[in-house]
Ligand binder design. Structure first.
Ligand SMILES: [Fe+2]
Ligand SMILES: [Fe+2]
Length: 162
């Protein structure tokens, strides 16, 4: 059985980010319970990477993808919700960055961020991307290049700042 391949467009680039970060959250789970001496440092490193990747991802969506979709399709309500979800995620990200990786509450914050992102990704995948791909006056292939370029720029800026 063959599954149809998603086109290489803005949505598939964003969804590749979603899958990459999901993998990091999965790696985090056993570390949250680990009593190993090295666990806190590993938790910190992984959480920092999650926070960096999510921050860059949220920013390229907010700067490029969401405004273009707002202009091209009737998706106001969905995008309003998505932006509110981004704001809450950023709040948790800030708490994780400033928090103490030896504290069990800190681990809970990373786990909850993962669950929260899962929910957000489902809405993007099942509703927002569907609307974007149905919008006739949206060049998602060109937008993929724009997102990619901005992502690389932000990755190097934020990695230095972190
Ligand atoms: Fe996303
Ligand atoms: Fe998003």
């Amino acid at each position: 059985m063959t599954t149809p391949r998603a086109p290489a467009d803005a949505c598939s680039l964003l969804d590749a980010d979603h899958r990459a970060v999901k993998k990091l959250f999965k790696e985090f789970e056993p570390l949250a319970e680990s009593k190993a001496k090295t666990a806190p440092a590993k938790r910190r490193q992984l959480a920092d990477q999650i926070c960096l990747e999510l921050s860059v991802h949220a920013q390229i969506e907010e700067e490029i993808f969401y405004p273009a979709l707002r202009a091209a399709a009737k998706a106001e309500d969905l995008l309003d919700e998505a932006e509110v979800e981004h704001a809450s995620a950023k709040d948790l990200i800030a708490q994780i960055r400033d928090g103490d990786e030896n504290d069990s509450k800190w681990c809970a914050k990373v786990i909850v961020l993962g669950e929260y992102i899962d929910h957000h990704v489902k809405e993007e995948r099942n509703e927002i991307f569907v609307k974007a791909r149905a919008a006739r006056n949206l060049d998602l292939v060109a937008m993929r290049h724009e997102l990619q370029a901005r992502k690389e720029e932000l990755m190097s800026e934020m990695a230095v700042a972190a």
